[in-house]
Write a protein that binds this ligand. Structure first.
Ligand SMILES: *Cc1c(COP(=O)(O)O)cnc(C)c1O
Length: 395
């Protein structure tokens, strides 16, 4: 009996079975093709594999069967026409921008960005004669003013790292399209489960799969999703010839990560909501930022475009950097680490780590203060996390 096509499967089924391409050995789990090259039955076949008349795997820098399973599964989960995987999240951000930009063109981006994204946009692109205009992402008037001129592409992170600022995706998508550009959304903090930028009007979505998609601290990876035309004609040749390809082994780990993503993200969000509520009510706090807290200045926007508050909480205790360091050193369960989206709860001091490369003025303009901490809430029992935060706050 013919079943439903994969596009009609419900989300949990797509996460577990999407893209599965079994070999002649009928294995249960996805096969790991740890090979760089492929062989041909004839010289003619090799010629046809390169002139485009024959579709097949030719070299793992271009495509690989295990990597393709990961790409097909993520595309199905995201509701995208196509996906290409990369070696890291930064490789995805870099390729998504560079593959479509030329000297003399203009980019608009939100100011509150992950440090390396900010470096590409403000430092690297300038070397190639591409200007980036930064706006306060939460201010639609600034978007309107910046996008009054023709713009090739717009890059946003929502919620942003680490200040959890949210950007109105449908509104910015409309302004971007009117300016003749494409909208790229870095959807790492929301995950494909909590926010689907393509359905909200964005053109391209990028991920660091290192974060929640692996979610267990094992490997780096990234992905770019969009239309078949963009992925095949614009991004495809760029990736093929520059080589930021995902290792088949990492793709295999990430395929396993997708299978449990929904279970994990649900628990991450429930734990983060509990931790945010605890911190919000604590007398030592100067500021607690979490998209799921009604005190978040953009709470209503979060409710309209996200299905949950996410797994990251940003906060600042009274007492600045000195207090923040004392608090970090007093934690006994939660680890000090600059990664996020992991099963283990991880906490970082963005001013001195992830945003070290930005000047103090830039950090303050992004909303990062010297006392701010970013907590990635893991999968432990939330009450143990609250106990650890509580004892460290009284240290
Ligand atoms: C971590 C991160 C990246 C970069 O991903 P890597 O896999 O570390 O290269 C990009 N954007 C955001 C929002 C991130 O959190």
């Amino acid at each position: 009996m013919p079943g439903l096509p994969p596009e009609q499967w419900r989300l949990a089924t797509r996460l577990v079975r999407g893209g599965l391409a079994r070999t002649a050995f009928s294995e249960t789990s996805e096969a790991l093709f740890l090979n760089s090259g492929y062989v041909y039955d004839s010289a003619l076949e090799s010629e046809q594999s390169f002139d485009g008349t024959r579709e097949r795997f030719v070299y793992s820098r271009f495509r690989n069967p295990t990597v393709a399973m990961f790409e097909d599964r993520l595309a199905l989960v995201e509701g995208a026409e196509a996906c290409r995987a990369t070696s890291s999240g930064m490789a995805a951000v870099h390729a998504a921008l560079l593959c479509q930009l030329r000297a003399g063109e203009r980019v608009v981006a939100s100011r509150a960005l992950f440090g390396s994204c900010a470096w590409i946009l403000s430092d690297l692109l300038l070397r190639f004669g591409i200007e980036t205009v930064f706006v306060d992402g939460s201010d639609l008037d600034q978007w309107r003013a910046a996008l009054a001129k023709p713009t090739r592409t717009v890059f946003i992170e929502t919620p942003s790292n680490p200040t959890l600022e949210m950007i109105d995706i449908p509104a910015v998508a409309e302004l971007t399209h009117a300016a003749g550009g494409t909208l790229i959304v870095d959807n790492v903090f929301a995950t494909p489960l909590l926010q689907q930028p393509l359905a909200l009007g964005a053109d391209i979505v990028v991920y660091s799969a290192t974060k929640h998609i692996d979610g267990q601290g094992r490997c780096l990876g990234g992905a770019i999703l969009g239309t078949q035309a963009f992925i095949g004609d614009v991004l495809g040749p760029y990736l093929r010839h520059t080589g930021p390809c995902l290792s088949p082994f990492n793709a295999w780990v990430l395929l396993k990560g997708l299978e449990t993503l929904e279970l994990r993200v649900t628990r991450h969000v429930a734990n983060a909501a509990r931790v945010a509520a605890f911190l919000d009510g604590h007398a030592a706090m100067q500021k607690v930022i979490y998209p799921g807290l009604p005190s978040h200045p953009q709470y209503a926007l979060g409710q309209s475009q996200m299905k949950g508050g996410g797994s990251i909480v940003a906060f600042e205790a009274k007492g600045g950097k000195e207090r923040a360091f004392r608090f970090l050193d007093a934690l006994s369960l939660i680890d000090i680490s600059n990664n996020l989206g992991d099963a283990k709860s991880l906490i970082t001091h963005p001013w001195t780590t992830t945003h070290q490369s930005r000047s103090p003025e830039e950090k303050l303009a992004m909303g990062i203060t010297e006392g701010m901490l970013r907590l990635s809430v893991g999968l432990e029992d939330a009450e143990d996390l609250v106990d650890d935060l509580s004892q460290a706050l009284s240290a």
